[in-house]
Design a protein around this ligand. Structure first.
Ligand SMILES: Cc1cc2nc3c(=O)[nH]c(=O)nc-3n(C[C@H](O)[C@H](O)[C@H](O)COP(=O)(O)O)c2cc1C
Length: 120
């Protein structure tokens, strides 16, 4: 399997992104036990561009955990583009957008799975 220019071999194991779970310590632990790629938890685009400290900290990734994907979510193009630019500065191997979160507090704001309800 290949994503962008990263070759993962035939049956790679990915650590799923999980809010409040996949912080750097957890990711490094999973890496030590053989995971091929790790994900951050999802990161709110709006909180990121508002420089909310606890959110900005979620962008901290370490070389030891690579390849690492940073996942963002949001509900509008402009703030998500701005958030993506900030994510780029953290140099993840992959930037992932959450289109699947069904949790009410996320989807009813048009984020995550809610984004798929309004595709121009
Ligand atoms: C506590 C928790 C938090 C999660 N947070 C995220 C998230 O931030 N982003 C995301 O894409 N999926 C999130 N998920 C979904 C998981 O990444 C995964 O897709 C889901 O648990 C199904 O995994 P499975 O097919 O291995 O059972 C979360 C799941 C759990 C249980």
């Amino acid at each position: 399997m290949k994503i962008a220019n990263i070759e993962f071999g035939k049956y790679p194991i990915f650590l799923a992104p999980m809010e409040d779970v996949t912080d750097a310590a957890f990711r490094l632990l999973c890496k030590r036990f053989g995971v091929d790629m790790v994900y951050t938890e999802f990161v709110s685009s709006d909180a990121l561009i508002r420089d909310i400290n606890s959110t900005v900290r979620k962008l901290q990734v370490y070389d030891k955990e690579r390849p690492v994907a940073i996942q963002i979510y949001g509900n509008e193009v402009e703030p998500m583009v701005e958030a993506a630019k900030r994510v780029e500065l953290a140099k993840p191997d992959i930037l992932d957008i959450n289109f699947g979160c069904p949790v009410k507090k996320v989807a009813r704001k048009g984020c995550g799975a809610g984004m798929l309800q309004n595709i121009p």
